[in-house]
Design a protein around this ligand. Structure first.
Ligand SMILES: Cc1cc2nc3c(=O)[nH]c(=O)nc-3n(C[C@H](O)[C@H](O)[C@H](O)COP(=O)(O)OP(=O)(O)OC[C@H]3O[C@@H](n4cnc5c(N)ncnc54)[C@H](O)[C@@H]3O)c2cc1C
Length: 383
């Protein structure tokens, strides 16, 4: 396999690199830190600037504001974006989850109306999937959508809803066929978060930030034109969202971000003499090995995407490798900061955040089940 860029790809990489070099805010890592209000305000500004230059949703069709970029170009851009240490996109739920779902299942009117404001972060989106009684087993959800008055009335409770307080819309999975069970009889609706009957309550996580929320929905009216895909076939629609949630359709970003972290950490370890400690040196090697494994998975994903295939169950390898790599790197970082580990600093915050990596977007246990059953062909788990 030839991994070098052809002249057209090299020109594209250079264009992205020089725009980012000129525009990425200084101290971009600090960009993502602070109160949620500050992070979101800074994030909106940055994303609007990026979108105005045509660097958001680059793989979307031209008519919706994209560049029609190929999977290889998306991977090149992601790597350049991470290498430039640009801030995370504030509307990442909109970009990574809602947009691909709308492109795959939404009507042209929905795409025309919703995608441009997702790109600029003028309209932030959240994901209303998890419930107190339905996480890993999402098809056990009990939020219901009842038809009426040219739309749907949605009632239920969602939880762990990132960015709900800032969101204009939430992609909401609800049971629309009474008495149905499991994946049948679900529908996916775009709920306007300012509608009467929506009650959002922030949840403070251990980093001290309140990214998550509980969302209570009480007879919330959703107009019929905000149904995404067919009524009763919401599971098929949500499967697109979930496939994108593992990040496999956006290869290389996390790998390059963590290469940067690892380089910083190695420099700090050298300066602090921490490499003399065998446990810390071992942890750093472990993190490096995970990074190389992630890179190999990324290349495999990219070669499938470039051939027009979807990554399939292998995306579980990528998710698992990524979460284990981020956990190992954060663990190694605490070894490097040594006695300062109980104090508050960027590595300590990262370590706390790394605990979420094995949960968000499907837990590590669930990824292992997918790998066992769908890739290795082992017997199905007993339920
Ligand atoms: C940072 C972060 C952001 C999130 N943002 C959102 C969001 O914006 N919107 C949203 O809808 N959700 C969001 N979530 C929720 C996330 O999708 C769920 O937490 C996740 O799917 C797990 O569900 P649960 O918390 O209900 O755990 P459960 O499903 O109750 O699992 C509890 C434990 O049991 C284990 N387990 C469950 N089933 C099995 C099994 N079959 N085999 C082996 N072990 C099993 C799990 O691995 C886990 O350790 C977010 C979570 C995090 C951490």
């Amino acid at each position: 396999m030839d991994l070098s860029l052809d002249p057209e790809e090299a020109r594209f990489a250079e264009e992205a690199r020089s725009w980012l070099a000129e525009h990425v805010p200084s101290a971009a890592r600090a960009h993502d830190i602070g109160s949620m209000d500050e992070v979101v305000a800074r994030g909106r500004e940055w994303q609007a600037q990026l979108a105005a230059a045509g660097w958001v949703g680059i793989d979307w069709p031209l008519e919706y504001g994209g560049r029609g970029a190929s999977p290889v170009q998306v991977a090149i851009f992601n790597a350049e974006y991470a290498r430039a240490r640009a801030p995370q996109l504030v509307n990442r739920v909109g970009i990574n989850l809602a947009a691909p779902t709308l492109l795959a299942h939404g009507s042209p009117e929905q795409c025309r109306r919703l995608l441009p404001k997702i790109a600029t972060a003028e309209e932030i989106w959240c994901q209303l999937f998890s419930e107190p009684g339905a996480g890993s087993d999402l098809t056990g959800l009990s939020t219901r959508a009842v038809p009426g008055d040219g739309g749907w009335y949605v009632t239920g409770q969602k939880i762990w809803t990132s960015y709900a307080r800032y969101a204009r819309f939430g992609i909401c999975l609800a049971r629309s066929e009474p008495g149905s069970r499991g994946p049948r009889g679900l529908s996916l609706l775009a709920v306007e978060m300012s509608s009467p009957g929506v009650d959002i309550r922030p949840l403070v996580q251990m980093t001290g930030e309140a990214e998550f929320n509980e969302v209570f929905l009480d007879e919330v009216f959703v107009p019929g034109d905000m149904l995404v895909g067919e009524a009763g076939r919401g599971w098929q629609v949500a499967s697109t969202t979930l496939a994108h949630e593992r990040g496999t359709n956006f290869p290389f970003k996390e790998e390059v971000v963590h290469e940067g972290y690892l380089a910083d950490l190695l420099a700090e370890a050298e300066a602090a003499g921490a490499m003399d400690d065998p446990a810390t040196a071992d942890a750093l090697v472990d993190a490096y090995v995970s990074l190389v494994v992630l890179r190999t998975h990324n290349w495999r994903t990219l070669s499938k995407l470039a051939r027009g295939m979807s990554p399939g169950p292998e995306s579980s390898w990528v998710k698992l490798t990524w979460s284990s790599m981020t956990e190992k790197l954060s663990e190694a970082a605490l070894g490097v900061v040594g006695q300062a580990a109980p104090l508050w600093g960027p590595w300590q915050r990262q370590w706390l955040w790394s605990k979420a990596a094995g949960i968000a977007g499907g837990t590590s246990e669930v990824q292992r089940n997918v790998i066992a059953e769908r890739i290795l062909g082992l017997p199905r788990e007993l339920r």
